[in-house]
Design a protein around this ligand. Structure first.
Ligand code: THU
Length: 162
C-alpha cells in the first residue's frame, strides 16, 4: 500500500477589478444572469455565463421546482443550452456567481458535483480545458484553469471503453 496525495491549485484575485478584462466581462454577464433565476425555495440566485470558441456567450440561471429535485442549477442550464444551440462549438470559459434574493452582494459559490460532472463531459468531448471564474469569499474571485481540477479521479467516456 502507498499513500497518494492530490492537491488542487487555482488563482485567487482580491476583487473583480483585478481580473483580466475578458474574465471580468464574463463574470458581469453571470451577474446579470443571476437576475433571471427562479429560486423561490432556496432564495439563492445563481448565474452562469458560458463563453464559446465562436465568441458567443450563453447565459443560464438556476430554475427551481416545487418538486425540489426537478429543478436545475445555473451551470447546467447554461451548459446544456450552449450544447443545444451551438453543437460542436468548444466551451472556453464559464463564470459563475450567486446572490441572495435581495440581489445585494456577490456570494461565494462553487459548482455542485453534478455540475462538475456535466462540465467535465464537455471538457473531455472537445479535448479543451474550460476556465472557471467564480465569486468566492469576501469579494474575492477564484479562477481555476480546468474542470478536471475540481473533479479528481472523475468517471468519463474512457471508463466505458473495453
Ligand atoms: N445552485 C446552482 O445553481 N449552482 C451551484 O453551483 C450551487 C447551487 C442552485 C441549486 C438550487 O436552486 C440553489 O442553488 C440552492 O442550492
Amino acid at each position: 500500500m502507498k499513500k497518494v496525495t492530490s492537491e488542487i491549485s487555482y488563482d485567487l484575485y482580491d476583487s473583480i477589478s483585478d481580473l483580466h478584462v475578458d474574465d471580468r466581462k464574463l463574470l458581469e454577464l453571470a451577474v446579470s444572469a443571476a437576475g433571471t433565476a427562479y429560486a423561490p425555495y432556496s432564495k439563492f440566485h445563481v448565474g452562469a455565463a458560458v463563453l464559446l470558441e465562436n465568441g458567443e456567450v450563453v447565459k443560464g440561471s438556476n430554475q427551481e421546482n416545487a418538486a425540489y429535485p426537478s429543478g436545475l442549477c445555473a451551470e447546467r442550464v447554461a451548459v446544456f443550452a450552449a450544447g443545444a444551440h451551438y453543437p460542436g462549438v468548444k466551451i472556453k470559459a464559464i463564470a459563475i456567481t450567486a446572490m441572495f434574493d435581495d440581489l445585494n452582494e456577490l456570494l461565494s459559490v462553487s459548482p455542485c458535483g453534478d455540475c462538475r460532472q456535466v462540465m467535465a463531459e464537455y471538457e473531455h468531448r472537445y479535448l479543451a480545458n474550460i476556465r472557471l471564474i467564480m465569486t468566492a469569499e469576501n469579494g474575492t474571485i477564484r479562477v481555476i484553469h480546468d474542470v478536471k481540477t475540481l473533479l479528481p479521479l472523475m468517471f468519463n467516456a474512457e471508463n466505458l471503453k473495453k
